[in-house]
Every structure is written in C-alpha cells, then in structure tokens.
Design a protein around this ligand. Structure first.
Ligand code: GLN
Length: 242
C-alpha cells in the first residue's frame, strides 16, 4: 500500500455487475471501515481509464456481449496489468474471471484474448448451463470456512500449472470441468464463478483481501452475526435434495 488509505477500485460497473456483484466492493469497503482502516473507493466506468495505483480491484460478472466489450477496453487500457505488476490484488467473478485468463469464447463464438493475469483458459461448455447454488471447500492454504455462492454460466474454465483451484465443490459445477474445482488464484489475483454477492455470503474473503493489501496477519474481529445467518440459510438451502 503506497499511502495510508486502502484504495478500492470497482471495475466497469456499467458492463460487469450481475447478480449483485457490486455488493463485493461494498462489503470490502465496509469491513475496512469497521476496522478503522481509511478506505477510498473509485468506481471506474468502461469509458474511463483504470487507475494503476489501487490496492484492491474488484470485477463482476456479465452477459456475453458486455463481457467482450469489457475485455476489449481492458486490453486497450492496460491499467489493470500495470496495477498487478505494482502488486495490486484483484478479485474477479464469472465473466470478470474469464477475462483475467488467457482467452475465452466471446458472444460471436470466437476466441477472445483475455489479460493473462490468471493462468486459465475458458471455453464454451457443450452441456447444460451451470446454474444454481454452490458449496465449496476453499484451498486449505487460505484457511477459510466453506464458501457459498450462486453460479450461472456457460463457460468452462481450465487451469494451467500456475493457477491453483480456489476451492473444491461439494455442491455445484464451479469451473465446469467435471474435476470438482471452483475458481482459481495465484499470489494476488483471484477468480470465482460465485455470485451472491460472494463477499456478503463469505465476508472472510473480503478480510483476506484486506489483510493481503495491508500486509497484516490478522484484523480485529467484527460482528458477523448477519453474515453468519445468511451463510447458514444459503448452506441449508444448497444442501436440500433437488
Ligand atoms: N458470459 C459468461 C458465461 O456464461 C459469464 C456469465 C456471468 O458472468 N454470469 O460463461
């Protein structure tokens, strides 16, 4: 972090923000404020330049055409790659996750280059769309409770050797590869198929990003009652037989 405040960047809300993904930035912002960490937030529309000095960048999901437009504009802009080179943290959901990989299949059925910030490639799944609740055990290295979320995607994401699966699914399709993996991450860049918004269902992820950005091992506890009630409700709902 290059000054005393935590700088959050919410990328392209005009193109990428389905299923309440904007909640992710609100939860990160709120949880920093609850710890009395000075926080600033910039919402960057797709006709604006991506600032390169942010600490945490959040990117949401989107439909196929906005996803292509977002990828074109992010490639042209180049700011997100520069921010990651500067050590920034990025958390991405669904279409945002696919854009951070090397390539995905666009709305015209053609391969579209991504930003190559995550070692993943997404193709269009041949089977049914992956839709429904997800319950997944996060990588033990990250040491967080099981994740809950909602997925809705046609894309299937294959991980290369320098991306680790973010989680293993107990319920749901995740990356859609049939191997039980969900999402991907490296040191500073994270991707998931989980909406919900995922930070409201799993505020521990917001805390993880804040800790990484501040380079601290722990944060003061906050009242998680509301989040825990939501988590319990969604885990119970996901565990119901179909
Ligand atoms: N358009 C992408 C897909 O269907 C992403 C969808 C989303 O972001 N919900 O795979």
């Amino acid at each position: 972090m290059s000054d005393s405040s935590l700088r959050l960047v919410w990328v392209y809300p005009d193109l990428l923000s389905t299923y309440g993904d904007q909640g992710n930035v609100l939860v990160v912002e709120r949880r920093a404020q609850q710890r009395r960490v000075p926080v600033s937030r910039v919402d960057v529309r797709s006709d604006q330049a991506i600032p390169t000095s942010g600490d945490i960048y959040l990117i949401g999901g989107g439909e196929d055409r906005p996803q292509r437009l977002a990828a074109e504009r992010l490639r042209r802009d180049g700011g997100l790659e520069r921010a990651v080179a500067n050590g920034a943290i990025v958390f991405s959901v669904c279409a945002g996750y696919q854009i951070l990989g090397h390539e995905f299949v666009n709305d015209l059925g053609r391969p579209e280059p991504g930003l190559g910030l995550l070692d993943v490639v997404s193709v269009r799944g041949e089977g049914e769309r992956c839709v429904g609740d997800v319950l997944a055990d996060i990588d033990p290295q990250l040491g967080l409770p099981p994740l809950t979320g909602f997925e809705n995607h046609q894309g299937v994401t294959h991980l290369g050797p320098s991306a680790r699966p973010l989680a293993r699914t107990r319920i749901g399709k995740g990356n859609g590869t049939g191997d039980g993996t969900e999402g991907a991450f490296n040191e500073t860049v994270f991707g998931t198929y989980m909406h919900g918004p995922v930070m409201a269902r799993n505020p521990q992820i917001a805390d993880l990003l804040i800790k990484l950005a501040l380079d601290v091992n722990a944060l003061p506890p906050v009242d998680d009652q509301w989040y825990e009630a939501l988590r319990a409700e969604r885990i119970a709902a996901a565990s119901q037989p179909a």
